[in-house]
Write a new protein. Structure first.
Length: 522
């Protein structure tokens, strides 16, 4: 307060009288088990209402604006859906953002010489998807000015003359600076932006679900753009087309995106519809299509590098597992989470972890069961990494895979890996002589599952699901050392997946996720 004598918002730093009253009442927070919020013995949560100086139970409000926004995938449209509604939630959001926009504009050039650095600071430091000036452009600068003036809010004169803080001309982006001029945004070569490349005419092929882009030097990039980048038939078809195009016209392929998350997995809604209609032949075809796509990645004649970041779950993880290499952003949360919806990884994920266990055990001369147990637990517990480095310990990333600390450089780094791998690249050969861990290892796993169920750590259905995973990852009902093929494991994986699709409790789990977003333990 004392250090900001000329700041128009300095009064907010004055401690309100009600806070002083809370201090006098020893309502100090967690240490006294009551502060601005508190819980009672029934786990009910309360907030401190400063008007009545007492606690009131929290009742989660529902606003039409928020419910509408939840159904919209595009970030810009979500923002508009919230701010241009007429309910109370919309008004609260508008009041907060309006004041923040005006205050932030007034801090130029006090805290930065241009809007770009402010936006980057908020995105890099606070993980915002858009900075304040980018948000103002989405809403419309003059829309903000007119609405604020109508509400009697003082608007800076300079702001009244600005139409946008960012401009695009001839595939170049310009940003507003403190002197009122626009500077060209010059990107480093390490900062490959797919949006700019697409506008520059680098699109090779495009569908409603995915786009293949030429990113230079003979390298193509496959970008997903469905809701949450959920993988459906359109993406699977484009994976096969992309690998073929890279084989015929380039040196390799990068699989990367620029949305919030790499991929939330397979299209669950589409699967739920097929199950409800009893279309199990269609489901079988869908799973085969997924397996064929991941195998096209694995056995491509040119290197394929995946560049995951954010949520990389289920099918998204399976795409990465079948790539020649992974170039992951440090904040990558990857895992095979299908058990949460009553299923098992069937896009080659369970098969691939079985293959890795078998080959690594043979190469290092160790007991295969230890690796099988580890990879089984990852799948059965739906374990998700807390960051990219944890993926090495989980077995999802291996020697030769890399972690990128700057997400702006992720696609460039993945591209450089493709170029490096392309030198002297030798395509893999299908695996036809794998030694199955066998039923003895599966029995050991199932014995542990029985103990966990009787100890009430897992439900009976969770034991059943995990048992099917154990069957696949150990190679099925065969003796240890029986020679099996990779295709045999894929067929086994698909068989058990279809078996789970026919179970009522799997349907209940799928419905729970689709309706509430929360996993059901049944």
């Amino acid at each position: 307060y004392t250090l900001l004598p000329n700041d128009e918002e300095r009064e907010i730093y004055k401690l309100p009288d009600f806070v002083k009253g809370m201090i006098d009442k020893k309502l100090l927070g967690n240490k006294t088990k009551a502060g601005f919020y508190k819980k009672d013995n029934d786990k009910k949560r309360y907030y401190y209402d400063y008007n009545i100086q007492d606690y009131v139970e929290i009742k989660k409000p529902k606003f039409a604006s928020v419910e509408t926004a939840k159904q919209i995938d595009d970030l810009n449209e979500r923002i508009k859906a919230v701010l241009f509604s007429k309910d109370k939630g919309s008004q609260v959001a508008w009041n907060i953002l309006r004041d923040m926009f005006i205050y932030t504009f007034n801090r130029i050039p006090e805290i930065a010489d241009d809007v770009l650095n402010v936006d980057n600071a908020m995105k890099w430091g606070y993980n915002w998807e858009l900075g304040p000036f980018e948000m103002m452009d989405v809403i419309g600068v003059q829309n903000i000015v007119k609405r604020a003036e109508k509400e009697g809010i003082k608007v800076p004169e300079k702001l009244k003359s600005i139409d946008s803080f960012y401009k695009e001309e001839n595939s170049k982006i310009y940003y507003y600076s403190a002197n009122g001029e626009y500077k060209e945004l010059v990107r480093k070569k390490e900062n490959i932006k797919l949006t700019i490349l697409k506008k520059a005419g680098n699109i090779v092929e495009k569908t409603s679900e995915a786009t293949l882009i030429d990113i230079g030097d003979g390298v193509f990039c496959l970008e997903f753009h469905t809701k949450m980048n959920a993988i459906g038939g359109g993406i699977l078809s484009m994976i096969k087309k992309a690998t073929k195009r890279a084989e015929e016209e380039g040196i390799g392929l990068v699989i990367a995106n620029e949305s919030k998350n790499f991929s939330a997995g397979a299209n669950l809604a589409m699967l739920a519809t097929a199950i409800s209609e009893g279309a199990f032949e269609d489901i079988d075809m869908m799973v085969r299509m997924f397996q064929n796509a991941t195998m096209a990645i694995k056995y491509s004649r040119v290197p394929v590098v995946s560049a995951p970041y954010g949520m990389t779950l289920g099918g998204g993880c399976e795409v990465c597992l079948h790539s020649d290499a992974i170039c992951a952003y440090a904040e990558t949360y990857m895992g095979l989470v299908e058990v949460g919806v009553g299923l098992l990884p069937a896009g080659g994920g369970t098969k691939e972890m079985a293959v890795r266990a078998i080959l690594d055990a043979e190469f290092y001369g160790i007991d295969v069961s230890n690796l099988i147990f580890k990879y089984f637990q990852n799948i059965a517990q739906a374990r998700v990494s807390m960051g990219a480095y944890e993926l090495f310990e989980m077995g999802y990333m291996r020697k030769g895979d890399t972690v990128t600390m700057n997400i702006d450089n992720l696609i460039y780094d993945a591209k450089q890996m493709v170029i490096s791998l392309a030198n002297n690249y030798r395509p893999k050969k299908p695996l036809t002589e794998l030694k199955a861990p066998g039923r003895s290892v599966a029995s050991a796993i199932k014995s542990q599952l029985w103990n966990m169920m009787t100890g009430n750590y897992i439900t009976e259905y969770e034991r059943y699901m995990a048992g099917l995973i154990a069957d696949v990852i150990t190679g099925g009902d065969v003796s240890a050392g029986t020679i099996i093929t990779e295709q045999y494991l894929l067929d086994l994986e698909r068989e058990k997946f279809l078996k789970l699709c026919g179970q009522r409790k799997t349907v209940e789990r799928i419905i729970s996720i689709l309706k509430t977003g929360k996993p059901l333990r049944n």
